[in-house]
Ligand binder design. Structure first.
Ligand SMILES: [Zn+2]
Length: 332
């Protein structure tokens, strides 16, 4: 039995439910997470390392100078290239040539290849569209922390990524759990002031937090729990631990991450409600126009209730005359 000290009661319940399921082996089957399709662009064939380099430069499409020209686009003046690594092969003259006189090739090292981001080019319109993200719960939290959340093409390497240097989350998947995982990484960085822990720790903190956030804000929390379990098990294995002892060893950080995200979401809900106060037309205020715009209609019941309560509070305050400004609100 793992002691859970998370302050938020709902988060505590979600975590203990998940850990109980892990302990009793009542875990749903792991499913393959959905990912966005990828058009036929050069980086589709790149190595994992090169894709990660591209990610670090915050783009979904990078090509060489000439490759851009061939698509009818020009690299803008003053744009800086970044470099990917390409294998360098030479003829292996220690081996016999084939019947055409061609020697087999051997790898002798890597070349730096300059490529430019699509954002640094202009010209003929690009012949693909970026995937669209669904309305994801907790987007407001990322917004409040100044983190950009962007969709990108699917790839065989990762479903989501967080680039701390750019404060950007890239999602190659529409799944809530992927976004929650990346958001948990950003919260973990805020809690610890860094993200320098061992990889297995960081990943288990993010995935266990994401599983709990699915129960708190997701549409079908159980759907991806099996996948989370498998993910945690693989990183626990790296540390030579079983799932439960690995979870136990990072539970303190998971609690802090959850408390931070839940409290930030509550603040976001409150701010949305306080904006209600600023609407001049009373009918508009009663209709709570910020609600649909901010995706609250999809929030779990409890979040909607909290939102409604905060709205009532804001409206009560608006209705109490507190000076000349407030009088305007009351004029029917
Ligand atoms: Zn991760």
């Amino acid at each position: 039995m793992i002691e859970i000290g998370v302050k938020n009661e709902r988060a505590r319940q979600a975590l203990s439910l998940i850990l109980d399921k892990f302990e009793n082996n009542s875990i749903p089957q792991a499913i393959a997470l959905a990912t966005f399709p990828c058009p036929n662009i050069p980086s589709r064939k790149w190595s994992m390392l090169n894709r990660l380099i591209m990610l670090a430069y915050g783009t979904h499409d990078a090509r060489g100078f000439r490759q851009w020209l061939e698509t009818g686009r020009n690299v803008k003046k003053g744009s800086k290239a970044f470099y990917i690594l390409g294998p360098r092969f030479v003829d292996d003259k220690e081996k016999e040539p084939d019947e055409n006189g061609n020697y087999p090739k051997k790898l002798v090292g890597f070349l730096s290849i300059p490529v430019f981001r699509v954002e640094d080019t202009d010209g003929k319109e690009i012949d693909y569209a970026l995937p669209k993200l669904p309305q994801l719960p907790l987007t407001e939290v990322a917004e409040r922390w100044g983190i950009a959340v962007r969709a990108t093409f699917g790839n065989p390497v990762w479903a989501g990524a967080y680039a701390p240097s750019l404060e950007r989350i890239m999602l190659a998947s529409p799944e809530e759990t992927v976004f929650f995982h990346e958001l948990a990484h950003t919260a973990h960085k805020r809690v610890n002031g860094h993200l320098n822990d061992e990889k297995w720790k960081k990943e288990i903190v993010a995935e266990l937090s994401a599983a709990a956030l699915c129960y708190l804000y997701g549409k079908k929390p159980d759907r991806t729990l099996g996948s989370s379990y498998r993910y945690i098990r693989s990183y626990a294995g790296d540390a030579g631990k079983d799932v439960l002892s690995a979870c136990a060893s990072v539970i303190g950080d998971v609690e802090k991450v959850l408390d931070l995200i839940v409290s930030e979401q509550d603040k976001a809900a409150k701010t949305a409600c306080e904006e209600v106060e600023q609407h001049e037309n009373e009918d508009e205020r009663h209709a709570c126009p910020c609600a649909p715009a901010r995706g609250f209609e999809n929030a779990p019941d409890k979040a909607q209730q909290a939102y409604a309560d905060a709205c009532k509070h804001a409206l009560r305050q608006a209705e109490e005359p507190q000076g000349p400004d407030k009088e305007v609100h009351r004029a029917a």
